[in-house]
Design a protein around this ligand. Structure first.
Ligand code: NAD
Length: 418
């Protein structure tokens, strides 16, 4: 997430949008509107630190487009996050919600901070003050945050509580990804990783990969990566490597994921796990495997390392893990890429269910939620695969086509006020 790369982030997403708008002859009005974010809020706010001092933090909340419904998107806590990256991620949310046809627009938020270096008390004070600063945008009917890199259900609980205190009554539907006891949905915590697993199974079926004996490699051992790896290792295939920001671990016979996650909970690291050798993140991305899931951060497979990727399928668990140049190289090498705006929509799909449950104070069991996820993702995957065959384009272009047709139709139907 270096600043030079992230200055390109929104441009890269806009370029893809423009290319697909050309292909579909989408109106200039729609293109112009999607080329900018509708609302961008930057806040600088004070937080009392444990040492008695005060620090001023910078945060953002960006709504890219809300034509199809209230805007939806996660909040990231990361030291290198930039406004440009937040814009790019907000635009991807507009496309994601349209790809899976749920009635939302796209948004994203962030605070420039290092949550790993902060105490729980500091994180709570930072979150509550950031929530107060962005209250002019968020709300169950306008803009609904969720977790992203560096944030978690506890942080969503503080957002919900802070917002509710300001309203004088509990507002469950103001965030999603909350803990179960305050209106979280069953299945939400695992949703994005589960969605990656669903895409991996569908891609394997499409390519005729026999999963018995197949191997998977996962970059990132957070919410998305750890869940995807655990579900795949459970009864699907062999997960031979996984990493976090420090390093990766590898065992050609397959990792014991339950044991590894217990080790990670205890030590905070994947390093040092028994029966595995330590490798670098660069080595991990070049391992021979059937399924590669980059589920950490953006810009991981770039022009310089794309040719060394030796997998049959890439499932983009993270947002924008492959740069456009690298994407072309993977395509030339016959690697089947399931793009982020489809592969990591599990979270927003179950977030939508959490929001619906929160709005009506009526809660569903886990099977209902997971069945819905399976149905929505399978339908979206098959639609996109069908378009990719019919139009002779890759899965990313096909997914953008599905999304942009829906957004353009909604814009044309609503028209422009006044
Ligand atoms: P997380 O903070 O829970 O986990 C991120 C993981 O990536 C951690 O294990 C971290 O150590 C690792 N990591 C960070 N920098 C790295 C680096 N340079 N190299 C290798 N590993 C690195 O975050 P998450 O929620 O799992 O999100 C991961 C990605 O998935 C992000 O791109 C996020 O935007 C995307 N995403 C998340 C969700 C969700 O529901 N959480 C939904 C859609 C997309």
């Amino acid at each position: 997430m270096g600043s030079s790369d992230s200055e390109q982030a929104f441009e890269n997403v806009k370029k893809l949008i423009n290319d697909v708008c050309d292909r579909l002859s989408i109106s200039e009005t729609c293109r112009l509107r999607l080329g900018e974010c509708e609302r961008e809020l930057t806040v600088h706010f004070p937080v009392k630190m444990d040492d008695g001092g005060v620090k001023v933090f910078t945060g953002y909340r960006v709504i890219h487009n809300d034509t199809r419904g209230p805007s939806k998107g996660g909040i990231r806590y990361h030291p290198d996050v930039t406004l440009d990256e937040v814009r790019a991620l907000a635009a991807l949310m507009t496309l994601k919600t349209a790809v899976v046809n749920i009635p939302y627009g796209g948004a994203k938020g962030a605070v420039v901070c290092d949550p790993k270096a902060m105490s729980l008390g500091e994180l709570e004070r930072l979150t509550r003050r950031y929530t107060a600063e962005i209250t002019i945008l968020i709300g169950p009917e306008s803009d609904i945050p969720a977790p992203d890199v560096g944030t978690n259900p506890q942080i969503m609980a503080w957002i919900m509580d802070t917002y509710s205190m300001g309203r004088g009554h509990p507002v469950l539907a103001v965030t999603t990804g909350k803990p179960i006891e305050i209106g979280g949905s069953k299945g939400r915590f695992e949703a994005t990783g589960r969605g990656c697993m669903i895409c991996a199974l569908l891609a394997a079926k499409h390519l005729g990969i026999n999963l018995e004996g197949a191997t998977a490699v996962v970059q990132g051992c957070g919410n998305v990566g750890a869940t995807a790896a655990r579900l795949l290792a459970g009864d699907v295939c062999r997960v031979i490597a996984i990493s976090d920001s420090k390093c990766g671990i590898y065992n050609a016979r397959g990792l014991d994921l339950e044991g590894l996650l217990a080790h990670k909970r205890k030590t905070g690291l994947v390093a040092g796990f028994k029966d595995a050798e330590t490798i670098t993140n660069a080595e991990l991305l070049g391992l021979q495997c059937d399924i590669l899931i980059p589920a950490a951060i953006e810009d991981q497979i770039v022009e310089a390392n794309a040719a060394s990727v030796k997998t049959k399928v890439v499932i983009e668990g993270a947002n924008r893990p492959i740069t456009p140049e690298a994407d072309r190289i993977l395509g030339d090498n016959g690697i089947f890429v399931v793009p982020d705006i489809l592969a990591n929509t599990g979270g927003v799909i179950i977030s939508y269910l959490e929001w619906v449950q929160g709005m009506q104070f009526f809660f569903w069991d886990e099977d209902e939620v997971n069945n819905y996820l399976q149905k929505i993702m399978t339908n979206a995957f098959e639609d996109i695969l069908g378009i990719s065959h019919h139009e002779q384009v890759d899965m990313r272009t096909a997914a953008y086509m599905v999304a942009l047709r829906r957004v353009a139709a909604a814009m044309a139907t609503r028209g422009i006020f006044p």
